[in-house]
Structure formats: C-alpha cells, structure tokens
Design a binder for this molecule. Structure first.
Ligand code: HEM
Length: 464
C-alpha cells in the first residue's frame, strides 16, 4: 500500500475516533453524571473482536478486575453497560419501566414478534399469567407418569450406543415440551413439528440473509410451515370443544383473548425457551457426575432408596410427584450444575430512558448486560467458585447471588418443569445405567448456550 493511501486511511480512522470520543464525552456530561468506567474500543467495531476472539468469561473477568462490577463497553455495534453485582442485576431485571428486553430483529422475525420475551406491560403480564398457570407445581404434578415414560423411552434408545449427550437430551426435552404444550395429543404432531423445528433451529444463529439457499431462508420457510401445522392443531381443538389443561388450552381460553398468530408465536417461543436450555444443563450434569464418582454414588444411593422404599411399602413402581420431593441430593446436583455451568452467561436489556445507577449514567438506548456467570463465579458469593460441590447448597446462597432462571419481570416461568424433568431422567439414568465419556472433555462451546465440547459423546450401558 502506498504511503499516501495509508495516510488517508489513518486520517479517516483518527477523525472517526475523535468524533466518537467527542460524542461519548458529550453523552457522559448529560445530567452531569459520568458514564461507568471502561473502554469502548474502535468506532463501530467496539470490542466485539476482543470478546469473540477469546473465552468470553476471560473478557468479562479481566474487565471486572480492571474497572469493577459496573463498566462500559461496545459490542456488536451497540454501546453497553455490563454489570456483575447481585444488587445491580436485581435492579435492572426488576425495573421493567426503565429497562426493556431487546433482541436482534432477525431473531424476533424467526421466533415470532408476538412471543412473550419481546414484550412488556399488559400484553406481557397476560401471557405470563397463562404460562405460569400451566407450569406451576400444582399443574405439572400430574405430568410425572408421562414425563417418566418419555425418559424411559429415550434411555432405552440410547442403550449400548455411542451417543452425543446434548443431541439426545434435546430429543427428551423437546418431547417433554410438546407434552406440556399439547398434552397427550402431541404424539400425533411430534414428527412434523420436530422436522420443521430442527430446520428453524439451524438457521437461528445464521446470517439473516433471506435469499433461497441460505440457512436463514430455509429457517423462515420452516417457520411458515410450523405456523400451518399449529393452525391445523388449533382448528382440530376447536371442533372438539374440549377444555384442556395444557398450555395450548390455556392460550385458547376465551379469557386469554389471544389471536391465532399470538398463540403460534408463543408456542414456538416456549419450545425455544424450554428445549436447549434444559438439554444443556442435563448434558453438564452427566459430565459432572461422570467426573465426580462420590457425588454420583450419593445420587445413585438416594434414587435407589426411593425404589426400595416403594417396594417395601407395596407401592406401584412408577415415580410420583411425592417421590420427586424426596431427592435433596439430586436437587443440589442440579443447583450446583446450574451455578457452575451458568448456561445463560448473561442476558440483554435496553435502557428506555437515561438512568442513574450508583452515581453513573446509563444513557437511553444503551444495552445493559447482567452477567449471571460472573455473579455465580465470584469468590465473594461462592467459596472456591470453580469447584463442583453440590453440598454448598445445603445452606441457602446469599440473596440475588444465584439466578440461573433470571430474576424479576421476565424470570423463567418454566423452572419448576425444568427441575422436574431433570429429576425424573436422573432417577432412571443413575439407577439403571452407567456411562463413560469418550474423548477429551475440557473445552466449552457456545451455541448460544454453554455446552461441553462436541456435545459430550458418551457410551451408555445398562447396569448388570
Ligand atoms: C434449566 C432450564 C432453563 C433455564 C436455565 C432457563 C433460564 C431462563 C432465564 C434466565 C430466563 C430469563 C431471561 C431474561 O430475563 O432475559 C428465562 C425465561 C423464560 N423461560 Fe426459561 N429456562 C429453562 C427452562 C425453561 C422451560 C422448561 C420453559 C418452559 C416450559 C421455559 C420458559 C421460559 C419462558 C417462556 C421465558 C420468558 C419469560 C418472560 O419473558 O416473561 N424455560 N429462562
């Protein structure tokens, strides 16, 4: 490159950089408040490259070390404030009038603009009431036998095979999600829904270019087909005139006041929220149990004692809701896995107005990221945070230091179902099977949830 061209490029960058700094310093003087400390990187590119060229947790941890628990940065074309103190996370997630959820437009189009995640106010509150009603403990307790039969079918199909744990767990959590949405009718639509949903999923993280041949285009087509299948299901339910207790029944009720489009967007949204999250956590549990024989033994003994006491009392073989309440050790393994793996490292909000927090300005339009993983991995909140130690949950964690299911207005309404399906699967896995991991097990991949490298290949065999 000639010297004059280089000089020209250098001058352009310098001007943009100075202009950007000027804007930032102007913004920081708004309300007389300073912006949080931190660096914004290059104009427009910001620090996206630094974030994505290394382990994101190292990026966040270095920033926290340098600037403290609240700092600014610039990623994916957006200025943002990142927060890692429990109190600040609670503040942001509970002040719905100050911080709204925010997603890239392409994701909204793919899942459906009317889905619960994207909304605030009355429409969101109505949807939340309907979803919570279906997933609260009293509503899901009757699902135990059906969840159990899905778990047993899955485990049988993995028997004696080399499997990719995450892929197989996705089948389990997908089938449980369909059960909770459509009741037992789900079996009729399972294969069609699965086929379309898998195409949709492959396009979810692709470049949003909607021309024939691209993953995004295929995903949008699959999304259309999903809506058509859901329209058929709705039409069939209407002719049957039954009042069902599942999520679809709840959405279709007269009082719900939802249109068919709103119902379809939210059904697809709930499948999206329920499946990969729970499957990722189950994959981590299989890994941690495999690496910690004494914990695995304690879980197995707890689960075997449930079987034994059922036998001694002449009770029927299948698990009941009450049995799932007798699993404190297994429950702590789930809690500790949720903490260590922190599959949702952070979430996004956007400031709807200028907000003052702890003497700093969070300007209107800036993204705000509560960093769940850093809260869960701070030695101030959890002693020896990198150690997998379920016994730490024998004592309740300090307030707001443990939020695997979020907090506040958009906190996870499916957390009870997630815990229930994990307990049921772990009961059968630990009492009837043993497994060994295949290949090196050190890496983590993000897609978008944190996951053991290659989805954790294992060989599963029945116990003698
Ligand atoms: C272990 C598994 C799961 C984890 C770790 C998890 C985590 C979360 C988190 C952190 C949020 C809040 C996100 C935010 O504030 O931005 C959330 C929201 C949500 N989750 Fe879950 N989730 C899990 C399983 C499920 C299941 C099984 C369902 C449905 C049956 C579900 C349905 C939802 C829905 C509908 C929302 C949106 C709520 C709203 O916007 O008001 N999740 N989840």
């Amino acid at each position: 490159m000639e010297f004059s061209t280089m000089f020209w490029w250098f001058s352009c960058f310098l001007i943009i950089f100075l202009f950007n700094s000027l804007i930032q310093s102007f913004k920081s003087k708004r309300n007389g408040l300073p912006l949080p400390p931190g660096t914004m990187g290059w104009p427009y590119i910001g620090e996206t490259f630094q974030l994505y060229s290394q382990d994101p947790n190292v990026f966040f941890a270095n920033k926290i070390k340098r600037f403290g628990s609240i700092f600014k940065s610039h990623i994916l074309g957006c200025p943002c404030v990142m927060i890692s103190s429990p109190e600040a996370a609670k503040f942001v997630l509970n002040k719905a009038q100050l911080f709204k959820p925010t997603f890239p437009a392409s994701k909204e189009r793919m899942l459906g603009k009317q889905a619960i995640f994207f909304h605030q106010g009355e429409y969101h509150a109505n949807l939340r009431r309907l979803v919570l009603r279906t997933f609260m403990p009293e509503a899901i307790r009757n699902m135990v036998p059906n969840i159990e039969s899905i778990a047993q079918d899955c485990l049988k199909s993995w028997d004696g095979q080399l499997i990719t744990t995450f892929l197989e767990m996705k089948t389990f959590t997908f089938n449980v999600a369909l059960l909770s949405i459509f009741g037992k009718d789900e079996i009729l639509y399972r294969e069609d829904l699965k086929r379309c949903y898998y195409i949709l999923e492959r396009g979810y993280n692709s470049m949003p270019i909607n021309i024939p041949g691209t993953l995004f285009h295929k995903a949008m087509k699959a999304r259309k087909e999903l809506s058509q299948i859901l329209a058929q299901i709705l039409a069939k339910r209407r002719t049957m005139k039954t009042e069902d207790n599942d999520l679809l029944g709840s959405f279709m009720g007269k009082k719900a006041g939802l249109t068919d489009k709103q119902i379809a967007d939210n059904i697809i949204g709930v499948i999206f929220a329920a499946r990969d999250t729970t499957a990722s956590v189950l994959t981590w549990i299989v890994k941690y149990l495999g690496e910690n024989p004494s914990v695995l033994q304690a879980v197995t003994e707890e689960q075997e004692s449930i079987l034994k006491s059922k036998e001694e009392n002449g009770e029927e073989k299948g698990l009941t809701w009450e049995d799932t309440k007798k699993m404190p050790i297994t429950s702590r393994v789930i809690q500790e896995t949720l903490r260590v793996a922190s599959i949702l490292s952070f979430t996004f909000r956007e400031a709807v107005q200028d907000v003052e927090y702890e003497g700093y300005l969070i300007p209107k339009g800036w993204k705000v990221l509560p960093l769940f993983r850093n809260i869960h991995h701070s030695p101030e909140n959890f002693k020896e945070p990198e150690k997998f130690d379920p016994s730490r949950f024998e004592v309740a964690p300090k307030p707001n230091t443990f939020m695997p299911f979020g907090n506040g207005t958009h906190a996870c309404p499916g957390n009870e179902l997630a815990k229930l399906e994990m307990l049921v699967l772990l009961h059968h896995l630990t009492t009837k099977y043993r497994w060994s991991m295949v290949g090196a097990q050190n890496g983590i991949q993000y897609g978008p949830f944190a996951l053991p490298q290659n989805g954790l290949p294992i060989i599963l065999n029945p116990k003698k």
